[in-house]
Ligand binder design. Structure first.
Ligand SMILES: [Zn+2]
Length: 590
């Protein structure tokens, strides 16, 4: 959270209200699957929620708990040996998470899954021991059954926790309240033979009747008021139990790719507050379940706030968890560890003129390769690359055409691969000094293109899934170098589209056309849209339209004024898309 009066007020209110709740979290909760965003999942959801709960002071320091991986002995209490055996194959995990098998580092994916299941079990033990709620920022894998995995659920953490507690002698009643948008088919299978349990669910997907589940099927698009009424009725039927599991699904939001409900963020918070009020000081483990919108992390963070402070305050609209987190890390980086200069000078000029041949190369006259590696470590980038299967990283700087090139190499499968390549330069755009990015390529050469993860124009191998982190780091580099913005020249619609919230074309007419294009093509799948543009099937006001690769700038200091010209051009421009000629696009692909 950026320091300021509003942030301080937020923190003060949190401090006054908060009550004890254990929050289980690990940085390895981020699944090491570089193609996950293609499957519609935000892999940083637990991180974003944890950072918010930490920075808003909703959750106090001693309540943060670090999970341990669940043992295979505990997993075996519920799951069949065949299922557990199959989870050691990339093909099985690829099917569970909707990615390509080449994208699956089995041990690291299973580490994420086992950490989450370990926390659900340990959270339940602690909740029982100390009669208080626990929140696990990953879990509620309610589609996995004893012999089946699927729907982002490799194992059933609730079923494993219950089976383990039973083996340890726990005899009390267990209640599972499932508020994910989908029915708890795997929980029903997992608890089928449990002697004393109840399962209740609110969902909007009709998967037929589930034996042993008190299921309320809501019509698609059900909004806050009707949902909260149905929840009240379900809570009225829920029996008293010694231990509760609450799946506070993030896929209840309107517009979710998978869920069919229509709640607002405020409605999701009221949902959680209602359950917190109903359960009081019972032993309960709260889990996030699914969530497939950009705001799904706010549902999870909101669950934490409902538990820890009872707050119904919305998370500020303009709070960007990644930008805030990275800016905080950047403030903590010591300048002398990044650079051998200590402070910013014009040494780059001296070096580029050959006046200082004896010194080592500095990127943009400032960063040493060692300093860059240190920063990449602090931002968590090297850890994530390691989880994707690379090691022994090496960073190289050199000159390349008009700019300076940074390359990050890593070893895998017995050889070195190029993972990141960028060419940057200080340059003036519209009279302002900016960090000009000539080229940025994030490469995961171990992964392969597939039906699930098609090749985008301009890609030679699949990406790393780290584009947002790279963008934040470039912005922070520009700030540290005293520059006023970051600029690049998107060669394709799909490279401009993700920048649409922060980057602007300086030419107002060009910006107006781009905004019209986002308006008219925004509902299409990004791959479909970018292929249509690249294949010349897009028309502007009835005339064939070719993509205009022009500079876009992210102004770090002051936002650009929006001249009337932008709106005028945006309203004038109408984009339409013709269907692809039969079979032709397929034939062109390698
Ligand atoms: Zn779901």
């Amino acid at each position: 959270m950026a320091p300021g009066p509003r942030a301080l007020l937020y923190q003060l209110r949190s401090l006054l209200r908060r009550r004890e709740v254990d929050v289980w979290y690990d940085t390895a909760y981020r699944l090491p699957l570089s193609g996950l965003e293609f499957a519609g999942v935000e892999p940083r959801r637990a991180d974003f929620a944890a950072w918010w709960l930490w920075e808003s002071k909703a959750v106090a320091h001693p309540w943060w708990r670090t999970p341990r991986r669940i043992s295979y002995a505990d997993l075996s209490r519920l799951h069949t040996p065949q299922l557990l055996e199959s989870l050691s194959r990339p093909e099985t995990l690829a099917g569970v998470f909707g990615v390509d098998p080449s994208d699956v580092p089995v041990d690291e994916v299973m580490r994420t899954v086992r950490l989450a299941a370990g926390a659900t079990l340990e959270g339940a033990r602690e909740a029982l021991r100390r009669r208080k709620p626990a929140l696990n920022l990953l879990g509620g894998f309610h589609h996995a059954g004893p012999a089946s995995a699927g729907g982002n659920c490799a194992v059933n953490d609730i079923g494993v926790a219950v089976a383990t507690l039973r083996a340890e002698g726990f005899q009390g009643k267990v209640a599972v309240l499932d508020m994910d948008a989908h029915p708890p088919d795997g929980v029903a299978l997992s608890l089928a033979n449990d002697p004393d349990h109840w399962i209740g669910s609110l969902s909007a997907s009709d998967w037929g009747s589930l034996p042993g589940v008190d299921e309320t099927l809501l019509p698609p698009g059900t909004g806050d008021v009707e949902y909260l009424e149905a929840l009240k009725a379900l809570l009225g039927r829920m029996p008293r139990a010694e231990l509760y599991f609450v799946i506070a699904g993030g896929d209840v939001l309107k517009g979710d790719k998978m869920g069919r409900l229509g709640l607002t963020l405020a409605g999701a918070r009221l949902r959680d507050a209602a359950v917190v009020g109903h359960l009081g000081l019972s032993s309960a483990v709260w889990l996030p379940g699914g969530g497939y919108t950009a705001n799904a992390w706010k549902v999870l963070a909101g669950t934490g706030m409902a538990l820890a402070t009872g707050s119904l305050d919305p998370i500020p609209e303009d709070y960007d968890p990644l930008a805030t987190r990275f800016a905080g890390i950047a403030r903590g980086l010591q300048v002398d560890l990044l650079s051998d200069a200590g402070e910013l000078t014009d040494d780059d000029l001296a070096e580029s003129l050959g006046m200082r041949p004896q010194r080592q190369r500095l990127l943009l006259g400032f960063y040493t390769a060692a300093g860059m590696e240190h920063a990449l470590q602090q931002f968590g980038i090297l850890d994530q690359l390691a989880r994707l299967g690379y090691e022994h990283f090496r960073i190289e700087f050199d000159r390349a055409g008009p700019g300076e090139r940074v390359r990050i190499f890593g070893e895998a499968d017995g050889r070195e691969h190029l993972l990141v390549e960028t060419v940057v330069e200080r340059r003036r755009v519209e009279g302002h000094p900016v960090l000009y990015v000539h080229w940025l390529s994030l490469r995961n050469p171990r992964a392969q293109f597939s039906e699930r993860r098609p090749r985008l124009p301009g890609q030679d191998v699949p990406g790393l899934g780290l584009a947002r982190e790279a963008g934040e780091m470039l912005a922070l580099m520009a700030l540290r170098l005293g520059l006023t913005g970051v600029a690049y020249r998107p060669a394709h619609y799909h490279t401009a589209f993700p920048s649409r919230d922060h980057f602007y074309f300086p030419d107002p007419q060009r910006q107006g056309r781009f905004e019209a294009m986002v308006r008219d093509l925004g509902d299409l799948d990004l791959l479909v849209a970018t292929r249509a543009v690249d294949e010349g099937r897009v028309s502007l006001n009835g005339e064939p339209y070719a993509w205009e690769p022009d500079e876009m700038v992210f102004w770090l200091r002051e936002p650009p004024a929006e001249p009337g010209e932008v709106a005028h051009e945006r309203d004038r421009a109408r984009f339409t898309v013709a269907p692809p000629p039969a079979a032709a696009p397929e034939a062109e692909r390698p």
